[in-house]
Design a protein around this ligand. Sequence first.
Ligand code: FES
Ligand SMILES: [Fe+2]
Length: 374
Amino acid sequence: MNREDTVSTTKRVLDLIDRNTLDCAPAARRLPSNMFIANERHLQDKAFIARSPHAIAYTGEIKRGHYLTRSVASVPVLLVRDKDGLLRAFLNACAHRGACVAQGEGKAQRFKCSYHAWCYDQQGRLIARPGPEHFDGIDEAGLGLKPLPVVEERGLVIVGLQDGVEVSGHLDSVAHALEYPYQEYEHLKTWEFTVEANWKLVVDVNFEGYHFPFLHKNSLHPIALGNASFDLFDRHGRWAFPLRSIDQLREIPEEQWPDCFEGTVVYFLFPSCVLVQGSTASQMIRVYPGSHPGQAQVQFSYMLNGPATEEEREGHLQGAQFAIELLRGEDFVAAAECQQGFEAGRDAIVLGSNEPLLQHIHRVWDEAVGTNYK
Ligand code: FES
Ligand SMILES: [Fe+2]
């Protein structure tokens, strides 16, 4: 969000506050809730997620000579940046029998599988293995790490989970809105959760403020307002909800408004990445289907928007804890309750006109699986 975008969004939101409303969809929609519980839909979701490009990291998270591993929709991914700065992505699966060749993240020139010690370089080539004479007759050419499609766009790392996935251009429609210095972002910490709710419910909690005064009565509601602006960028989208302090800007000339939006801007990057933009810290929430329809795997990366002192990092850790408690103690609890309700026979849901981004997100997911829920 550049300055022009920030100013125009701020004006829109101040107007929405004046009119005591928010950006709305034309009408409410009813959707069948079997999309959260049906095995068939679970398989369809997994299939389109396997075919989709995914934003999985900020470029600054992997420095030259470093690597980063991520589980993306159950696919083990290894990102490696060589000394010249070139980023490669591989399936983190050994050519011998498939075990991981790297764990966590760090600095490494070689990757040694912990099972039988086959060893690969930063280009993914097999460079050493114990007892090579026992593999005579096997063509070495096919024994490197399997490359995956990868591109860096707008400061984000986009990967494909299988051959042939077109990763370039994935963010084209939203790129003009994503004007943030992501390459300067510093990783604070990543948390991982298993949530007992369908992955779509876990994404949904991030994209409407209708629940703020109720579910977040004592946490978010005292500081934030639900008078949000919504914008769509092809399959992607965003909403911006203000802090109550935005009202102070009315007393200040527009030229003196801060460069950052006085509130939180949340992006939906198709198919299941959530970027929460704050003024000093940001979050990337990646959500994937779990082992059955009622389970989601969630990764929550907390980033600082620039270099920070030790003391500032301590302060940010508290901010991260607040965000985690909000998600884990309130949003995920509600999502799991919804899941139970569907499994018990609540057979439809309603998305209000005040939940426009949810309507959009469900529409693009339904299109991706080829269903057309009415
Ligand atoms: S599975 Fe990696 S060396 Fe055997
Ligand atoms: Fe929430």
